[in-house]
Ligand binder design. Structure first.
Ligand code: ADP
Ligand code: ZN
Ligand code: ZN
Length: 745
């Protein structure tokens, strides 16, 4: 091959591809995935990565030569690039967009990080061992302390040591001058797991009879090309089954990818893994580890130095080698899907592909499986179930509190008497409480009591939410912030009031009611501070918080045996959303949060406050009977051709100009209809719309959607991606394609 295709990270534009010619002397060593140096316009030599080769380039293009190969060890393989290409195809987006999402930018910007390390010298050791006082040895007391600390650390990063022992470079240089410490220039891996440094390794638990049976059953399926589903009620001991399987896989010399839906859960999981398998073999990967840490983990992964990688959805792109098992816990979670920006990928879909590449099994686990996952597992005979809690601990049965009855007697109409009583009893007996309020902020909307106007975001057609901590109205779609207006923008009256409630309000009310209890809040508003959520969860695990108020973030995966009461402030939120997944989501949320209660030896209580106690979907959630829920739900899906009976592809056309957005949506729908008829696909590729989206405007852009129900699997999918590949639109219209969308709002 004469030419190499490289990617370069251009400031402000992201990653782009370019061609360069390969000098003769490099021909034998050049490989995909290598870091190289190339001349690039006025910027001179820049870092690039080889992603492909070709013998020809289009006529008339002048190419420059690759200057140098920076590192002969590649950072990714051709196989890896093939996977990214597949992702781009599946999600109807381009390769470069996928590259941007999958390879950390820092990998491209800087190539290696060398850091100064420090250790105590033999002379320093002698000084510490002698019986002389610091003064007699010719050092100050402070210098003596530093030496003592350093001798306990062993070899360590100089910067880290300086930070930890609150000393300066000048002091350290002085000690070096005295021959008491030694500097060394070497590569030191940053390890994002350092927060878990002190965990001792524990043996795996002996499995219960039921767990053992499931474990053996799954072992028989390790060659299955289809995903395996472990449906186990909350606290049934799924994680312990995963651990046994992981042990087998790493003992056989292969590696394991383990995904959790959220960063907080991935961190908790990593801690559990490090406890069982040792910190050296485990790494963590998610969007909030620093670029430097990512770079290091990436290199260790590529060099096959890591056996278990735990992470959130983006970890599916990490270059873990030699995969022998992929586990996706809480597989029903929407967080596995990236909704914005493109690529709008679902980590479960990519994991399935990745598993096929490695001929490794994909194991999905959940107490409330995705309806489609359950359907396929059932039909492929790949379904395993544990319907009892470990040790036969009883599942907490939720009690329903009808707020129409209790509303008046409750605190501010929000916290009913029975809930108050249970909270007091629980905390007084030394146990802990979780309160779920699935909406962040203080109130849900701000309304004028005179004319009924609801204050909406000027750019999006949704109400703004009052946040009491920043004293601002916030738009949860575009993040715009406004201060509270003094007068109604419609009628000028000053009767604006906040209605509905969010986590901030619940936190305040609970603190008012129980001033002597320790109350904290977890929702995505606190995630802005790095590790804030981990710290709060740790505090909660240690029993330093009595009542934890939060959004769905606390409904997931939290395993704290001391929690015996779960209260859901408004259990009906979610069910009434106009979306085909609304009842599935509502059912999942309530079942999951109920599962946080009574996980240890103490029985749990769950209270659902609701204004609609008779609502059908709510009733099934109350009994937590998944199979019954599934049977009703799957019938409805079949009747309306929703997944798993079709694949949904959602197309949105948006523009600041309402008329133009609608017109282009109509044109595209018409062309699509003509094409599907022409190919005889009409019946199997159903096109719905265009209609204005339920959220008709976001960020000043009017939105129209076309929904495609594809009942032709791969063939239909290929047809659709080809169709949209050929579409060109004028610049003021934006086309968004979302394959397998999470919602259709
Ligand atoms: P799940 O993942 O299904 O929610 P976990 O694996 O977290 O359940 O198990 C729930 C609790 O029971 C945990 O505290 C776990 O340590 C404990 N547990 C599960 N299996 C065993 C076992 N075989 N021996 C001892 N403890 C177990
Ligand atoms: Zn008004
Ligand atoms: Zn907005």
């Amino acid at each position: 091959m004469k030419y190499a295709v490289v990617i370069i990270n251009i400031k402000g534009l992201g990653v782009k591809t370019f061609s360069y010619s390969i000098p003769d002397e490099m021909a034998n060593i050049i490989r995909a995935g290598q870091a190289v140096l190339v001349p690039f316009g006025r910027q001179g030599l820049v870092n690039a990565f080889i992603v492909g080769f070709s013998d020809y380039i289009p006529d008339g293009i002048k190419v420059k030569k690759i200057n140098r190969i920076l590192d002969e060890t590649p950072l990714f393989s051709i196989k890896y690039l093939k996977l990214l290409e597949w992702v781009a195809n599946y999600y109807c987006t381009d390769f470069v967009t996928v590259l941007n999402a999958s390879i950390p930018l820092k990998l491209i910007e800087k190539n290696s990080k060398t850091e100064m390390s420090v250790k105590i010298s033999p002379m320093g050791e002698l000084l510490l061992k002698s019986d002389k006082t610091p003064k007699e040895s010719g050092v100050t007391k402070r210098q003596y302390e530093i030496l003592d600390k350093l001798s306990k650390c062993g070899k360590t990063s100089l910067i880290e040591f300086e930070e930890k022992s609150k000393t300066t470079r000048a002091t350290m240089k002085k000690l070096e001058g005295m021959g008491l410490v030694a500097f060394d220039l070497e590569y030191i891996y940053r390890n994002p797991l350092t927060i878990f440094k002190d965990v001792p390794i524990e043996p795996l638990y002996e499995l219960s009879e039921l767990q053992e049976e499931i474990y053996q059953g799954i072992k028989q399926k390790m060659r299955s090309p289809n995903p395996i589903l472990l449906h186990g009620v909350t606290a049934s001991g799924k994680t312990e089954v995963y651990f046994k399987l992981i042990k087998d896989v790493i003992d056989s010399g292969k590696n394991v990818l383990f995904l959790a839906p959220e960063i907080a859960l991935a961190s908790q999981l990593t801690k559990r893994l490090a406890k069982k398998f040792g910190i050296k073999d485990v790494a963590i990967w998610h969007s909030s580890i620093s670029d430097g840490e990512k770079y290091d983990v990436w290199q260790r992964l590529y060099k096959n130095e890591i056996k278990i990688l735990a992470g959130a959805r983006s970890a599916v792109f990490a270059p873990l080698q030699n995969i022998g098992l992929i586990i996706i816990d809480e597989e029903h979670e929407g967080a596995y899907k990236q909704t914005n920006p493109a690529p709008r990928y679902d980590a479960r879909v990519i994991a399935k592909r990745l598993a096929q590449f490695h001929q490794a099994p994909l194991l999905l686990g959940s107490a409330t499986p995705d309806i489609s996952t359950y359907y396929y597992a059932l039909n492929n005979n790949n379904l395993f179930q544990i319907l009892k809690r470990y040790n036969n601990a009883p599942l907490a049965k939720p009690e329903v509190i009808n707020m129409q009855e209790y509303g008046k007697a409750s605190y501010r109409g929000i916290i009913s008497k029975p809930l108050q009583t249970e909270i007091t009893e629980t905390v007084e007996s030394g146990k802990q409480v979780i309160l779920l309020m699935n909406r962040r902020g203080f109130s849900t909307y701000t309304q004028c009591k005179c004319c009924g106007t609801v204050i909406e975001c000027p750019d999006c057609s949704i109400p703004m939410v009052w946040h009491s901590d920043g004293r601002k109205l916030k738009c949860h779609y575009c993040n715009k912030e406004l201060s509270m207006p003094d007068y109604c923008p419609s009628c000028g009256s000053d009767a604006l009031s906040n209605s509905g409630s969010g986590t901030q309000k619940i936190e305040i009310l609970v603190k008012e009611l129980f001033p002597e209890y320790r109350v904290e809040r977890i929702d995505s508003d606190i995630l802005t501070k790095k590790n804030a959520h981990i710290e709060l969860l740790n505090k909660f695990q240690k029993g330093e918080i009595d009542i934890l108020v939060g959004t769905q973030m606390i409904a997931k995966g939290l395993d704290n045996p001391n929690v015996t009461l779960v209260g859901v402030i408004i259990a009906d939120t979610g069910f009434s959303v106009p979306d085909f997944r609304a009842s599935e989501r509502g059912f999942q949320l309530l079942t999951q949060v109920a599962g946080r209660a009574g996980r240890g030896e103490y029985n749990g209580k769950v209270l659902f406050q609701t204004y609609n106690p008779d609502y059908y979907a709510f009733q099934t959630a109350k009994t937590q009977d998944y199979e019954k829920f599934y049977e009703t739900e799957i019938k409805a899906r079949q009747e309306f051709d929703y997944p798993p009976f079709s694949q949904i592809i959602r197309v949105i056309l948006s523009s600041v100009n309402n008329f133009r957005a609608e017109k282009s949506a109509m044109e595209i729908a018409m062309r699509l209809n003509i094409m599907t008829e022409k190919f005889g696909f009409g019946e199997y590729l159903e096109t719905l719309g265009p209609t204005p989206c339920i959220i008709a405007k976001i960020n000043g852009h009017y939105r129209y959607q076309i929904l495609i129900k594809n009942k032709l699997s791969q063939k239909g999918h290929d047809f659709i991606s080809k169709f949209f590949n050929k579409i060109t639109l004028s610049k003021d219209i934006k086309l968004t394609i979302d394959v397998d969308p999470l919602d259709i709002l």
